[in-house]
Design a protein around this ligand. Sequence first.
Ligand SMILES: [Zn+2]
Length: 268
Amino acid sequence: MPASDGWCPFATARPITDSGNFETGRSGQQAKAVVLHIGEGPLSAFFPTFNNPARKASAHFTVGKQGEIEQYVSINDTAYANGLRWESAAGAAGGIWRNPRGVQVTPAWKGLINGVNPNYYTISIEHEGFFGEPWTEPMYLANLKLLQWIRDQTGLTYARGDALIGHNDFDNVDRPNCPGPNAPFDRMIVDLSGGDARRAALIAGANKIGVPLNDQSALAKFALQNRLGVPLTDEFQFNVNDAAYLGQVWSQAVVYVKVGDWGNVWRT
Ligand SMILES: [Zn+2]
């Protein structure tokens, strides 16, 4: 764990004083992942909620739409943001996970430690706003800066679904849209991995072989994310059962998407 006191120097510290809403220390665990949330409310609502003895909820941070960063709990301590309860049972798995409402869930995250509440080994970041809203650029950049600071403190290596996850990766029943489809995980991963140079190299390389590349298109983003090599053609249209598709040949696969369904890109 961090050598520091776990308080981010560029965040506004608002330590919660209700000791029932967080736990000092991590019960012997270490942070294994950062969990992103969407708060479904304005920035001003978070601190009062997390300091309310009746709520038993908190997060380490909230990032606001204007790029504000508030911190409520040291990352050396345990916030109550994505808790699950383990229930021992006979059988190969040895037990099941239940969410705070007591409903059985099927967590997608493979980092869970059977029997140990994930709050003990995660760091949670809330975000201002609602899941249907796109992230503002200041919120994106502040979140990125915070992720980089957390990485410096913990040594985490971010990968989507591993050390960088969403609340929905724990609770697929009550939190399927936390943080929701507008949380730009792919962009974060690219930016956190020094992806700007990789992007620039890809565009320059594609231009070199005569392919104009819009690296912000759905197909190119998918191909870049999945490391499908270099684009060999411009995008082209084709039809399947009267439905229009857009495709592009990359050196490792053909990538394609149904026109309008831009979130669902496929590869051959
Ligand atoms: Zn959440």
